[in-house]
Each structure stands twice: as structure tokens, then as C-alpha cells.
Design a protein around this ligand. Sequence first.
Ligand code: C2E
Ligand code: MG
Ligand code: MG
Length: 562
Amino acid sequence: MDTNATPYIGEHSPLNRITAYFSALQSSAEEYLFVVDLTTNRVLLSDNFMQDFSFPSNFVDDMDSLILPFIYYEDRELYEKAIEAAKEETRNTSFECEFRLLDSKGDYGWVNLRLSIGLDEYEQPEIISGVISRMDRQIKADNVTGLLNRNVFYADLHEELTMNPNSHGAVVVVGLDNFNVINETYGHRFGDTALRQIAQDITNVLPPDIKLYKMDSYMFGFFMPDAMPEEIEIIFSSVQLCMREIRNVEDTIYCTASGGAAFYPADADDNITLVRYAEVALELARVKGRDQICFFEKETYDRWRYDIGMQNLMQNSIARGCEDFFLCFQPQVNASDGKLFGAEALLRWYDKDGSVVAPMQFIPMLEKSRMIIPVGHWIIENAIIVAKRWQEFMPDFQMSVNISLYQLEERMFFPFVEDCIMRHGIDPHTLTFELTESQSVYDWEFVNKQFSEFHNLGIKIAMDDFGTGYSSLGFLKNFKCDIIKIDRMFVKDILESSFDRNLVKYTVMLCHSIGMKVCVEGIEEEDAYIYLRDECKADQIQGFFFGYPEKEEVFVKRFKKS
Ligand code: C2E
Ligand code: MG
Ligand code: MG
């Protein structure tokens, strides 16, 4: 204790009598200690208490007004009531209460206040001694915003659901988009201040009896009995407006919020599932582009779970050497005589029930998870092995393999292809790489650079699904390729639509004029083939009319004799 600063407290003051004890006690305690002399209302504070809260001295006259600003605003009444009750007491007894207190680092933490009353010889309350201890073991509050945390949310929601079993309502989570960028840019201190402000602003837009909780670093949550979807949408719009205000604090700050909601009892009737579903809906809102709220949908959720299940199965399958994957081959013929020119290798996957899954159902997932890299290696290796086998009876047999952009970005892709060609001794001039997903190409320079290396090896490059992207003419200008594959979309109605006939015809002319070959995909009828051969002068044709994608054995049986 800072005895030099000790003012005169009166010879008969109870504080005077206990100062020595107090001094001994505080040196061994981590808690904040204080003693109130009820005869003078003077308060003796322990050193740590005085220092952590920058109180002027160990002796203060009005502790309440000093400490109240540090107590979370919702809890101030709890503190005041406990002190009042203690002052009125006429027995040697004690009181306890819990509240959130701002600590020296600027974080809110739950503390326990224990008050003991000391009576004088006339049985009148003379002193109150207080011990404030942190409740670290059972923290209930988020230490940045002071809001109750996820555990309390679960408990409160559980209570609501069990107390009112027939009730209905909404469970809502609000996630801040990109908030980590704010922390990174302006530092965590600023980030914490902004979070506190956001917490306050969101609380203000909620109906007065609805509590806001902090679910994790950048996520808030609340539940609202009797709420209908429309009300939640309106509340969420107000939350979005709060975010705009944050942005205005400094014009460079950009933060939005996404929301997810689940409704009880329609979606689920237990607290854990409801929160999970609300979080699933939040994830959906983020996937859809953020800054919006989504409601939980069972169908989307089931599809998502199916995808996750499939992803796990595929991961296992890849670990076992791409065991459940297989390739089908679809013939490509010369348009002029209908004779076999080559084949396109098309990937398939056996689901666990043995059914065959089509690539559109799993390629996007393989790409997103980058599993396309190992699978892509397997595809190329196996397509080359098959091509090599077929070239024994048809030496110039051409094999086309689909390559997605993600594969090009892999550093080892080119050396792998080079090595594969060497190991199997195949002529690279009999290989074509088809670039799929071309609409997402934003860096043509990179793509062209990668492909020019393959080109130098002798591999031909094709632009797949031509016409389905955003700027097909732009592709022609930017992408240095040998073959354009016109998508089935433009030929499926070619016999009925003169517009489609002209479009394909002039596209072929245009490609020929700039030295590119054209393969037309999706031909199912003979008349369409004749038109493409005679009027359009397409170079190659691929379509069910000439053959479906088949496994190697079926393909060979069919074409070996031709
Ligand atoms: P794609 O590369 O344009 O392949 C042509 C697709 O059109 C194949 O579908 C084929 O079965 C289908 N098709 C061909 N002719 C006809 C026809 O006459 N009528 C109809 N209705 N359809 C026809 P598939 O095998 O389902 O493949 C779909 C897409 O999946 C492929 O389109 C390609 O983008 C992707 N894909 C397939 N295998 C691979 C692969 O190994 N790697 C990568 N990255 N993507 C692949
Ligand atoms: Mg293709
Ligand atoms: Mg295609």
C-alpha cells in the first residue's frame, strides 16, 4: 500500500483499525479487495485495484461513481443493488453477485463480487468488505464486446425451447464479412473498438427484449420468439445499415454482414441443430456473394452434405490411386468421310453404391478442393496409356484430354506431362488438351504462356465449349489455340433454326480464316452431320450419332474393324 499517500482517516475510524490486516492480506491476494467504512463512506482499496483502474489513491470517497463506468452497462444495476442491500443489512452476513467488468487491457470479463458485512458493538453495519474475483473458469462473456457468449446462447435457447415447447421463432446468426481485413489494416485495438460499436449498434436495432450474443470472433447471434421470416429480413436490413455507419467512420473501411436464419419448430426443435442450421444458412449467404441473409433450406443442406460425403469418398479413392475413377472415350470423326479420327477421354466416378456419377456433378468440387491436380495426373497418364495401345492398330489416333485451369496453375504439371510422354514413348503430336471452364480465365497471358510450352512439345490446344462463355470473340483474339470446339448448345436445334445454322456456318468460316480447325460437338442426327459436313465444312465431329462415351473395351470392339 502506498502509505505515503495515506491521508488522515481518523483515529477511531474502523478503516484505521484494519489497515494493517488489509495490507497483509492484499499482498497475497490476486483479487481486488476493498473495505467501505459506513460511518464516513470512505473506501480503502487494494493496490492492484487502485492501479488497474487508475483510481487516484487507496482511499476514495465515492467508490460507486468511480467503478460504475467500468461495469458493463447492462450489469450496473446488479452491482448497485448488491451494495444497497449490503448497506441495509443488520446481520453479519455476506452477499454475492456477478457482473462484467472492464479490465486493464480493455476487455470485459465476468467477475464475482463477494460482500461481507461487519456490525459494530450496537449491531449496526459498520464496514463492508468486498472481494472481486475473476471468473475465468466459467467465462460467460465475450471479452471484447461484453456480450454473452456461445455457451450462454445455447443454454438460453435451450431454456426458451423447453419452457415453451409449442412456441415458434427464429435463430439468427450474423457474420461480419472480411472483418479480419479491418484488423489487419487498422490493428486489433481499432478492430476491437469497431466490434464494440457494431455490437452496440446491432443491439439497438433488435427489439428491446431480444439479447444479442457473441458466437465467435466475428459472429453474433440472437433468437427471437414468434418471429416470422419477413421480420427477420427487416431486422437484417437494419443490421446492414449499421455496417454502412461503420464504413463512414473512415471512408476506407469496408465491412458488410451476412446472415443466416433457421426457424423453430419448422427446421428443428433443439438448440444445437438450430444454431448449426443457422450457420449453414450463413455459409450459403457467403457463397452467394455476402451482404445478404439466407434462410435454412433442407434441400440445399442435404445436397451440400451429399457433396461433402462425396468429397470424402473421392479423397479416399484418390489415396488408393484413383481407384473408383475410370475413363470413357467418345469417338471424334473426320467430318469429310465420317472415319475415326480420335477420341475424347471423359472422366467418370463410381459412387459407393456402384452407380456411375457424371463429371458435371463432381468436377467443380474436384477443382475447388484442388483434388483435380492428382486426378488430372491420373487422367493424363491413363489417356496416354490407352492412346498408345490404340496407336498399335491406328498409328495417328488422336487423344483429347480435358484440362481445367487449376491444373495449369500447378508448377509440376508441365514436367509431369513431359515425363509421362517420355515414359510411354507417345508422339505428342497425337495429343490434344482441351481447356474447359474458359469463362473464368482472367489472365490470358498466363494461360497462353503455359499452353505455348505444351505447344512447343507438339501437343495441340483446343478451346472447349466455344460460344458458352462471356466473350467468345475475345477468346478467339486472346487464346492461341489450334482447335475450336463448338458447344452442343449451338447445334442441337440446327435443323430447325436457320439462325443457328448461320451462326455455326459463319463461326466455322471465321475460325478457318484465322487458321483454326473446328470440331463440332453434340451431333445426334445424320441430317445435322450432313449439314455440318457439306455446308459448314467443319473439320471434326463428335456426338452420339457417331458414338457414346464408352469404356475402352466397348470402344475398341466398335472401332477396331472400321
Ligand atoms: P466436354 O469436354 O464438352 O465433353 C463433352 C460432353 O458432351 C460429354 O459430357 C459428352 O458425353 C457430351 N456429349 C457428347 N456428344 C453428345 C451428344 O451428341 N449429345 C449430348 N446430349 N451430349 C453429348 P460428359 O462426359 O458428361 O462431360 C461433361 C463435361 O465434364 C465435359 O464437357 C468436360 O467439361 C468435363 N469433363 C469430363 N471429363 C473431364 C476430365 O477428365 N477433366 C476435366 N477437367 N473435365 C472433364
Ligand atoms: Mg472437352
Ligand atoms: Mg465441350
